[in-house]
Design a binder for this molecule. Structure first.
Ligand code: NAG
Ligand code: NAG
Ligand code: NAG
Length: 456
């Protein structure tokens, strides 16, 4: 399933993409924008004085005294880490895996944490762990697997996978396939039955941004209303992408969402960017820069952002310290900046957030309704970036301008320390494993209520 994506296929696919796009540019422009062609971003430290209030009960942790520890771990060296579009390979087997031997009888895994999460959206939801979990997983797998035959990664924004959905499928399928005798589904997936479908690849490659005929019907038929499922989705419009069934019809599927519509924000991974060489903060040319396109986001968010940045710079006579706009040397501009703007795009986040963090730089995530930030509590506690809406943006600019080079440096060091454990593909998969199994206090992913609508 992961053997495809030869160079030639990629070229054909790109050709297909551009032809298709030219065709549908008019009426389907929004579908095109859909899955983050633009790069934008996410995450910030929630400095209380700058944040929109976020209802405390929207974020449900899984216990965890582990939150703040990550910020204290020794950091990686400042050598560039090579960037390779490879799949994260499972290096660790969940601690609960039995070594070998006969199938043991075991209690059903606890559904409590998942129920607490999903009930933020659907208070009346009732769930049971199926007695035939392994058989049901196989049944779901068999009925849906045919829709991914001949699967290959889709290309977008100059990158052709693997994407976060592919990492999830590969990592956890490999764990399951290589399981020691006696392993139960719950040893790897906790209380969840996984749905391992590359949603966006399937939806893009079919042509016209639709799932293959019959896929959604098959899904509807095979999933049981009282069983808890889990999937990873990166589409801005959520796992179902406005198809025949909607999220409210399947409130028992917990969605780990890169794109910005689901229950648990996970990193929206694109190509792994190299960690930048530490460029002395004091010597950087720009205070803040934005290296993307100004269209794409609803309500002209990015246009407004640019205006505010330029007006601010002009008033303070620091126009040479602010840079806005696409540039082929975007990496150089970023490494010459203290802070990198990550406005949301069509969806609540953008690929650029993961890129910024991979580079070891500090993101400023600009949101409209709610921020879409993986590991929200950790962000707040560790302090690795900023979140603001447009109203809080100008005060935030004043604040970051006042930060000393030492403060900025310390903040970047915290980003660098979390890079491997949380933002690389393997770090993100390890966090998903913790979320599902509850290992290490459940890790740092956090649940919130499904947003009121998909992209705005
Ligand atoms: C990352 O570093 C490697 C090795 O230095 C280099 O080959 C690669 O092109 C770099 N990747 C990016 C995206 O700059
Ligand atoms: C079925 O299982 C295989 C192997 O684990 C995996 O590659 C595939 O994505 C799964 N499909 C579904 C629908 O779960
Ligand atoms: C920035 O520093 C100046 C000079 O110390 C101070 O007057 C101003 O209030 C500070 N602004 C913010 C937002 O911290």
């Amino acid at each position: 399933m992961f053997s495809g994506a030869a160079q030639a296929e990629r070229k054909v696919e790109k050709l297909f993409m551009s032809t298709a796009l030219a065709f549908i540019a008019g009426s389907f422009f929004s579908a095109f924008a859909l899955y983050h062609l633009t790069g934008g971003s996410l995450q910030q430290l929630l400095k209380p004085e700058l944040q929109q209030p976020v209802a405390a009960d929207r974020y449900v942790g899984r216990v965890s005294d582990s939150d703040s520890k990550a910020g204290l771990q020794p950091g990686p060296s400042q050598q560039p880490i090579p960037s390779k579009p490879i799949l994260a390979s499972p290096t660790t087997i969940p601690a609960s895996l039995p070594g070998s031997g006969a199938a043991k009888t075991q209690d059903a895994p606890s559904l409590q944490s998942a129920k607490t999460c999903l009930r933020l959206t659907t208070p009346s939801l009732e769930l049971e762990y199926p007695e035939d979990a392994e058989a049901h997983f196989m049944e779901v797998n068999a009925s849906l697997d045919s829709f991914t035959k001949g699967h290959k990664y889709h290309c977008a924004a100059g990158y052709c996978g693997p994407w976060v959905e592919n990492h999830w499928i590969h990592h956890f399928s490999t764990l399951w396939k290589n399981r020691p005798p006696g392993t139960r589904l719950s040893d790897i997936f906790g209380p969840y039955i996984p749905i391992l479908i590359p949603w966006v690849d399937t939806w893009v490659n079919k042509g016209g941004y639709h799932f293959p005929g019959g896929m959604i019907e098959a899904l509807k038929k095979i999933l049981r209303p009282n069983v808890l499922y889990i999937t990873v989705a990166q589409n801005d419009q959520g796992w179902l992408a406005r198809s025949g069934i909607r999220e409210k019809d399947m409130p028992n599927v917990l969605v780990l969402s890169g794109g910005g519509y689901g229950h648990v924000p996970v990193p929206l991974l694109k190509a792994d960017e190299n960690l930048t060489l530490a460029n002395p903060v004091g010597a950087r040319k720009y205070i803040v820069s934005f290296v993307g396109t100004l269209g794409h986001a609803p309500q002209n968010l990015r246009g407004k952002m640019a205006e505010i940045m330029q007006k601010w710079a002009k008033e303070l006579s620091i126009t040479d310290k602010v840079n806005v706009g696409s540039d082929k040397n975007w990496r150089d501009i970023m490494t010459s900046s203290r802070f990198s703007m990550n406005p949301r795009g069509y969806g609540r986040t953008s690929y650029h957030l993961a890129e910024t963090l991979h580079m070891g730089l500090i993101p400023i995530h600009l949101y409209i309704d709610i921020p879409w930030v993986p590991y929200m509590d950790l962000y707040q506690k560790a302090g690795i970036g900023f979140n603001t809406n447009i109203a809080g943006f100008r005060p935030l600019l004043d604040k970051i301008k006042n930060m000393s080079a030492e403060e900025v440096y310390a903040m970047e060091q915290r980003v660098r320390k979390l890079r491997e454990s949380h933002f690389t593909p393997s770090g993100a998969m390890e966090q998903i494993s913790k979320w599902m199994t509850g290992k290490d206090g459940g890790g740092d992913l956090r649940c919130q209520q499904l947003p009121k609508s998909d992209t705005r």
